[in-house]
Design a protein around this ligand. Structure first.
Ligand SMILES: [Zn+2]
Length: 361
């Protein structure tokens, strides 16, 4: 019988499994609780964290889940599987795995992609004190994807409309208009928000507290949606030829940067991604938080001042590829376990279906 136990049917269940797996593995658990919102059953909504390995590790690999709410069901399972599989015992010296469970717990709990404000969290990491990135193409997409009524005919109409728009403008402009993120239509799709989301702030708080000490840090955010069925793919957003992209290639191999398996025909330019607040600087060649965080107007004020100083104090320096290899092996483990679990689950489901067929006959 396949082990499906790491998968969950609710945020509450997934959260419990993650915390149990983390504690069982000897990891230290932290929570960042939303001050007011609750889940559908009245449960608290939290960004939970587990630090597996030394708290003061020089090298940290962050693996996050649930940036897009409902996508957290898969990422959470991968995180719990790694923790439950004894991964912590395989960590190289001075290395920690830091898990962020449910970046967007509201979306996770309510089975939605966006936050409580219909915000795509992965477009929300922009400087809200400056003009927002323009996406003029979205104005044409918006009426297509927001029909007055939702029924089979209107849904078919959405796809017809999108196909027509795609043929009119071409793949790349289509992608940018459709999913590149927009800051003009609060009731639209891929809306980046017009203020910082709680989940954005919680993420940056947690990074400053649990990752900023590291000399070398890297992040992988677990998503679902744009790869082949039950296969993992990598999306490396660093530009071709950039030092950061070459570093990713050296650490994780060609497969990590060649976009194999990505089902989008053209990737949009994506402003406001979370990893832009946690990225390798092409200029400095170091794994660190994007210093852009300190330019945020809130970071200059009151209680946030300390937060800004912490961001500004983050280390810079060269990251020799060899020293990061250990962390990369962990990453591969996380991904391959996710795939393996997904395959086992599929086989079990197929088995159940076959058994059901036979029972009916
Ligand atoms: Zn996603």
């Amino acid at each position: 019988m396949a082990d499906l136990s790491v998968f969950s049917d609710s945020y509450l269940e997934a959260r419990g499994k993650f915390i149990d797996a983390a504690r069982g593995a000897g990891a230290t658990v932290y929570e960042y609780r939303h001050p007011t919102l609750k889940g559908p059953d009245g449960e608290p909504l939290c960004l939970d964290m587990a630090v597996a390995g030394p708290e003061n590790a020089e090298r940290v690999l962050v693996a996050g889940s649930g940036t897009h709410g409902i996508e957290g069901y898969s990422g959470s399972a991968a995180q719990s599987a790694w923790l439950a599989s004894g991964g912590i015992r395989r960590l190289p010296k001075r290395t920690a795995m830091v898990f962020f469970h449910a970046h967007n717990p509201w979306g996770f709990a309510h089975k939605a992609r966006g936050t409580e404000e219909n915000v795509d969290l992965n477009r929300n990491f922009v400087d809200h004190g400056n003009p927002y990135p323009a996406n003029p193409g979205y104005a044409e997409v918006h009426p297509i994807v927001t029909p007055a009524e939702w029924n089979d005919a209107s849904i078919a109409g959405i796809f017809r409309g999108l196909d027509a728009y795609r043929q009119k403008v071409g793949e790349k402009p289509f992608s940018t208009a459709f999913n590149g993120g927009q800051y003009s239509h609060a009731d639209g799709i891929y809306f980046g928000g017009q203020r910082e989301q709680w989940a954005n702030y919680a993420f940056r708080e947690a990074v400053v507290k649990h990752v900023a000490h590291a000399k070398h840090a890297s992040i992988i955010d677990l998503h679902t949606g744009i790869g082949p069925w039950m296969e993992h793919i990598y999306l490396c957003f660093h530009k071709e030829g950039s030092p950061a992209r070459e570093r990713a290639r050296a650490w994780w191999g060609e497969r990590a940067v060649n976009l194999a398996g990505v089902t989008h025909k053209a990737l949009a330019d994506l402003p406001g991604r979370a990893d832009r607040r946690f990225r390798c600087s092409d200029a400095q060649g170091a794994g660190h938080l994007d210093r852009g965080g300190v330019r945020h107007p809130q970071a200059r004020r009151g209680a946030a001042r300390q937060h800004g100083r912490a961001l500004a104090a983050l280390p810079r320096g060269e990251v020799p590829g060899a020293r990061a290899q250990g962390a990369c092996r962990i990453l591969r483990g996380v991904l391959s376990e996710r795939s393996a679990v997904a395959r086992r689950r599929a086989r079990a489901v197929e088995g159940d279906l076959r058994a059901g067929d036979q029972g009916d006959r």
